[in-house]
Design a protein around this ligand. Structure first.
Ligand code: 3HC
Length: 294
């Protein structure tokens, strides 16, 4: 059964991006948040993104209205009754996710497929709280969702191959390159990206070079779009710290252990761009200044 109607739970950075991308690809989308205030905040960011596309000429004003018309906000999970695919993009906490999926399992049709956008938590641990572990996958998008071309489609040992292919095809219909991976912590990208970012922090701690020089080296020497410290600030230090801890718990390997400096920065609330301070100070957002940390 192909997917025609999408539900997205969570209208934060990732949820809003997923909803926007699905609507731009022609899917009607119901987006659920816990409060009207959060819903409005998420929709405002979607509208801003769509406006920017109109200003750039990549979307006509009429197309913007059609896309906006495909998006429906709600604070009631019952509105997912007829969704074919529900994508969860709420806070990265397993108990909250398990509770959500248990509730959704009672509301949605038995054919509906559930997907989690988690970046590090176990898909299996969520799937087993439902009566449909065979129709449960991971669908891991990247920030900023409308721009980043990759989606990791994650299967567990219980995922039905036909259901998996339906979701894989859906990810392609979003105009993304879908890759196949299994339910191992970090999937493909974070398994490789997180130790790289942690190593860059260790290099800084050990006095190898400054924040700017490490950033410039990886940007200009390797052609990466952002240097590691700019990327850490962009992803969020709290998020990286959380993922690193989950990965360290799973693999017990030193390369996944969060360095002391990262922990100290998270404890100080210096969580990166969103906090105004991380490896850079964003007092002037157009001209971030490297922090003196070591
Ligand atoms: N939403 C929508 N569009 C955005 C955007 C956003 N938040 N940010 C930038 N864009 C668009 C711009 O409008 C522009 O579009 P155009 O080419 O049509 O004009 C295009 O993206 C390029 O933007 P800019 O010219 O402003 O800036 P850059 O060329 O530096 O690109 C970037 C910005 C796409 C964010 C680029 O720097 C990049 O690719 N950085 C790396 C991002 C990355 O690695 N993300 C993955 C993080 S890991 C993750 O998400 C996994 C999680 O589990 C932790």
């Amino acid at each position: 059964m192909p997917i025609t109607k999408i539900g997205v739970v969570g209208c934060g950075l990732m949820g809003a991006g997923i909803a926007q991308t699905a609507a731009q690809s022609g899917f009607p989308v119901v987006v659920c948040e816990t409060s009207l205030e959060l819903l409005q905040k998420g929709f405002k960011s979607i509208e801003k993104n769509l406006d920017r596309l109109v200003e750039k000429g990549s979307l006509s004003a009429a197309e913007r209205e059609i896309i906006r018309g495909r998006l429906h906000g709600t604070t009631n999970l019952e509105d997912f009754r007829d969704a074919d695919l529900v994508i969860e993009a709420i806070i990265e906490q397993l108990p909250a996710k398990r509770e959500l999926f248990t509730a959704l399992d009672k509301i949605c049709t038995k054919n509906a497929i559930f997907a989690s956008n988690t970046s590090s938590l176990s898909i299996t641990e969520m799937a087993v709280t439902t009566a449909r572990p065979d129709r449960f996958v991971g669908l891991h998008f990247f920030n900023p969702v409308p721009v980043m071309k990759l989606v990791e489609v994650v299967r567990t040992i219980a995922t039905n191959p036909a259901a998996y292919e339906v979701v894989f095809t859906f990810a392609q219909k979003l105009g993304k390159t879908a890759v196949r991976t299994s339910d191992r912590t970090g999937f493909i990208v974070n398994r490789l990206l997180v130790p790289y970012m942690l190593d860059c922090i260790r290099a800084l701690e050990e006095g190898v070079a400054s924040i700017e020089d490490i950033d410039n080296s990886m940007k200009l020497g390797c052609g990466y779009p952002m240097g590691p410290f700019t990327l850490l600030d962009f992803v969020g230090l709290d998020t990286t710290y959380y993922i690193a801890n989950v990965m360290f718990d799973e693999f017990k390997e030193k390369r996944f252990a969060p360095p002391a400096l990262l922990k100290r920065m998270v404890l100080s609330g210096w969580n990166g761009r969103k906090a105004g301070k991380g490896f850079y100070d964003y007092a002037d957002p157009k001209n971030p200044k490297a922090m003196k940390l070591v």
